[in-house]
Design a binder for this molecule. Structure first.
Ligand code: AMP
Length: 355
């Protein structure tokens, strides 16, 4: 058990997007400060954090100064270069620890790790070139998704293939990066479990939410998910096993496919997750506060849900409807303060409290 960080301590966050912003707000409510490290100018988290460092991950002086100015380091962004992590870790603890990043950064490593825990995943095979893609199709079948092993998010770095697809063209679309071929899962629904583990090993899981994606981007999360008690408890059990196997500290998102009575783990995110935003208006302690409590060595809050919620992302120009939406009762509005509105960009979200 680690000593809890005292009030006034500083949490360093790698990444200054909306997740860092909402983590900073939660930390400040608890009397803790956040220092954001972000290469891009004017990050959304910078509007609400105590301090911001604007520097690249290759700026060794800035990295060292950042690490020395904070009591613990966490992240809202998984693709932090290994050299930067080495330098940070030599000065200040990183929570969740590096093994969680190493596992989730690479889809192949992630899938093997999950399968080794005895949990089901979609069938997969390695794709390095046309020859291995053809071999993978022999194993998986012609209908699947080629997914890059690294740097994929919001459906990026993915190409669907079926019988007669131009395979060389598909590989070109993912710039011939190392990839896997995943078999298509005929799922009934997608759900996710937002799970947390403290420095003392206590675990708290929020109720699974049901997710709808449009064009590979999360559109809505609805709680409770329309699943049986058995599916719900097996999904939570899967998340607990992943947390324990990683000796994890912090909040972790686990995305699952539900197909009949089967559940398959799609992917894990070692951070707060878009599909956990509903907790801001559905629980007394939301996922952001829960993550801050965990990385600060504090006890976890109760994950109990006091309301049913539908979370809807505001993508691109949908953010312009906020003034109109603010007339509606029972609506939690969360705007990220991004300077530029772009198609496909997550600009904010709303939580409709339905009971
Ligand atoms: P991912 O980036 O892996 O989370 O994929 C984004 C979305 O694509 C998922 O949430 C699903 O809606 C869909 N998808 C991904 N993998 C599969 C699969 N193997 N079978 C069917 N749909 C998938």
């Amino acid at each position: 058990m680690t000593n809890p960080l005292p009030l006034g301590s500083t949490i360093g966050i790698l990444g200054g997007g909306q997740l860092g912003r909402m983590l900073s707000v939660a930390a400040s409510r608890l009397g803790l400060r956040c220092h954001i490290f972000e290469p891009g100018a004017d990050p959304p988290a910078g509007h609400v954090a105590y301090e911001v460092t604007t520097a690249g991950y290759d700026d060794t002086d800035a990295i060292a100064a950042f690490a020395q100015s904070v009591d613990v380091i966490t992240y809202e962004f998984e693709n932090v270069p290994a050299d930067a992590l080495d330098a940070l870790e030599s000065l200040t603890p990183i929570r969740p620890a590096r093994n969680a990043l190493a596992t989730s950064q690479d889809r192949l490593v992630e899938k093997q790790f999950i399968a080794d825990l005895g949990l089901s995943v979609a069938p997969f095979a390695v794709v390095d070139d046309l020859e291995s893609l053809e071999a993978a199709i022999q194993i998986i079948g012609p209908h699947g998704i080629i997914k890059t092993r690294r740097f994929g998010y919001d459906g990026k770095g993915q190409v669907r293939i079926s019988e007669g697809s131009d395979l060389a063209g598909a590989l070109e679309q993912i710039t011939s990066a190392p990839a896997i071929l995943e078999g298509l899962v005929a799922f009934d629904r997608e759900i996710s479990v937002i799970a947390a583990r403290s420095t003392s090993g206590a675990i708290a899981c929020f109720d699974p939410g049901q997710n709808v994606h449009v064009d590979g981007i999360l559109s809505t999360t609805t709680v409770p998910a329309l699943v049986s008690d058995d599916v719900r408890s097996r999904a939570i059990d899967a998340a607990q096993r992943i947390l324990e196997a990683l000796d994890y500290v912090g909040v972790l998102g686990v995305e699952l496919f539900v197909a009949g009575d089967d559940i398959l783990v799609n992917e894990i995110a070692p951070r707060v997750h878009n599909s956990g935003h509903w907790t801001q208006n559905g629980c007394v302690v939301d996922q952001f506060e829960q993550h801050i409590r965990a990385v600060a060595g504090w006890p976890l809050g109760s994950p109990e849900r006091h309301s049913d919620v539908v979370m809807t992302n505001l993508i691109g120009a949908e953010i312009d409807t906020v003034a109109q939406l603010s007339n509606e009762s029972g609506l939690g509005i969360h705007v990220y303060g991004k300077a530029d509105t772009k198609p496909g960009r997550k600009m904010g979200h709303i939580n409709r409290v339905v009971s």
